[in-house]
Design a protein around this ligand. Structure first.
Ligand code: GAP
Length: 511
């Protein structure tokens, strides 16, 4: 399936089966704003819970906060967002479409990387077992040329942004002959900066009116509360503060479904450390966060690190965990070594001391910070897109199945009475009552059993339990497995074990 094709299928599937729907649809919708329908809410809640429990509940040195979306406007001056939270935009004069200049160059680079990978694959096929990849990459003329080219474009782009030399970014786009995907021309405007923060007003009368920003990241709510939280929770460095909440960005390139939204949710953790120990903790959190992703059992090849060349204004090192979305490898999570930039800036602008007092050494200092930051909606898309599968079956039919990791699936078990009579629905409802406090179940008595299985496959339900006449005799049920479609007879005790051992978030946490 073509990449664009597969994203389209995922978007329409997620609407049809109650995951994600366009916001305000009866009024033609809002670009890059989405609502979550029932199954979407369940899946999102499960991802959120898994993140929160593994970051906060499982770590005695991480505490939580839920800070307000509205923050004093000085927050964003100190954080650098007023000055520097800009995207470089460029318009194509023919299509009138607006693009992020860095994204155009990144897309171009991705194409070069794909070319390079193709060369390696071709050689691998040709030389078979004798193929030495390392030797090939370091000696093959074409691969070396492509590598040099990628490196030099990357360096030039990083320099251009670092020195705010937007003219050179424009030159680079023209020299690379990058074309607008809509008009197919290179008829570009100049590159200019655009601030991504949304403005709003606080207060009713014009004299008490205060201009505010909707927060573009949750992290600043952690920095502003750092000292109070550290003291009230009696935390000692190193320790972390975690937060889940909405963030808002007036994105220029608002496409690719819930990958880039204007209103989205972040799950962030700031880990406060002693200055000088940032290399160690940066490495630690890079590893920990990758382990968290892999613990879900999604194919390992879908993940990779991308270390930044172009650093944000607050960072001395940064890496993304990238995921193979239907439109290629893109950032899923960021791990940033944020130095003491934020705390020092807030200290300076507020005039309040925001330091850590080390009781053993009897000295105060401003902690350094390692941040882990993941978009909940982006994580949702990574789960949805990697689990979507269109399978051709042996009997000639086909099915769409979401192979969502069982522990975070929206519905864990569907309870299906074979017939709507003979006491079968009553038994099914008893099971619902018994297990509903443990896991999310669903009940379905309509249509033939095969069609009911398909409906559950389409929302990723790991197991279906069918109640039939044999159940009346011996209290056993048919258990049908989503992935293998295999069926077996089980009793209540076995069902209890499946729920306990396979279907809860605790199963992930205990692994
Ligand atoms: N506090 C640091 C920070 O906000 P970021 O790399 O700008 O860093 C962190 O954002 C994460 O938030 C990203 O890795 C991504 O998962 C998510 N994110 C950022 N912008 C987003 C958007 N417009 N829509 C959905 N998720 C977004």
């Amino acid at each position: 399936m073509e990449d664009g094709e597969s994203l389209k299928k995922i978007i329409s599937h997620s609407k049809e089966y109650g995951f994600v729907i366009p916001s305000s649809e009866i009024y033609e919708g809002l670009n890059a704003v989405y609502d979550y329908a029932h199954n979407g809410v369940l899946l999102k809640n499960n991802i959120r819970e898994y993140w929160w429990k593994s970051m906060v509940q499982m770590n005695q040195d991480i505490i939580g906060v839920d800070s307000a979306i509205f923050m004093h406007p000085k927050t964003w001056i100190a954080s650098g967002h007023v000055e520097a939270f800009n995207d470089p935009l460029i318009d194509n004069k023919d299509s009138k479409k607006r693009y992020r200049a860095d994204v155009l160059i990144e897309d171009y680079l991705e194409k070069q990387r794909n070319k390079l990978n193709k060369e390696v694959l071709k050689a691998k096929k040709k030389f078979g077992d004798k193929f030495d990849e390392n030797e090939f990459i370091t000696t093959n003329k074409r691969v070396l040329e492509l590598n040099d080219r990628i490196k030099s474009i990357n360096e030039r782009m990083a320099d251009g942004f670092k020195n705010n030399n937007l003219n050179d970014i424009e030159n680079l786009i023209n020299e690379l002959e990058i074309k607008c995907p809509v008009s197919g021309t290179s008829n570009w405007t100049e590159v200019r900066q655009f601030n991504l923060m949304f403005k709003t007003n606080l207060g009713a009368s014009s004299d008490s009116n205060m201009e505010l920003y909707l927060r573009p990241e949750t992290a600043q709510g952690i920095f502003l509360n750092y000292l109070t939280l550290q003291k009230t929770s009696r935390m000692k460095i190193p320790f972390g503060i975690a937060q889940i909440g909405k963030a808002f960005r007036n994105e220029i390139v608002a496409r690719q479904f819930i990958f880039r939204m204007r209103e989205f949710e972040q799950m962030e953790m700031q880990f406060f450390i002693k200055p000088g120990t940032q290399d160690k903790w940066y490495k630690h959190w890079k590893e920990k966060r990758m382990e968290w992703h892999l613990s879900l059992g999604i194919e390992k090849n879908n993940y990779r690190f991308h270390d930044h060349e172009k650093l944000a204004h607050y960072a001395d090192a940064a890496s993304d965990i990238e995921f193979k979305f239907p439109f290629g490898f893109k950032e899923l999570e960021g791990i940033h070594s944020r130095t003491d930039f934020d705390l020092k800036s807030h200290e300076k602008l507020s005039g309040k001391k925001i330091q850590y007092f080390d009781t053993e050494k009897n000295e105060s200092y401003t902690p350094f910070v390692i941040e882990t930051s993941i978009g909940l909606d982006r994580m949702f898309l990574s789960v949805l897109s990697s689990s979507y599968s269109n399978e051709n079956l042996e009997d000639g039919s086909s099915r769409v199945v979401l192979k969502i990791p069982k522990q975070i699936a929206p519905v864990k078990i569907a309870v299906l009475p074979l017939l709507k009579k003979d006491g079968l629905p009553e038994i099914a409802k008893e099971l619902l009552n018994e297990f509903s406090s443990e896991v999310n179940l669903s009940y379905d008595e309509k249509d033939a059993i095969g069609r009911r299985y398909r409906r559950q496959d389409a929302i990723g339900t790991p197991y279906c339990i069918t109640i039939d006449h044999k159940t009346l005799e011996d209290n056993t049920f048919t258990l049908r497995d989503r992935d293998s479609m295999g069926q077996k007879r089980i009793n209540k005790d076995e069902l209890i074990n499946i729920v306990k051992d396979e279907l809860t978030i605790n199963n992930l946490l205990n692994n």
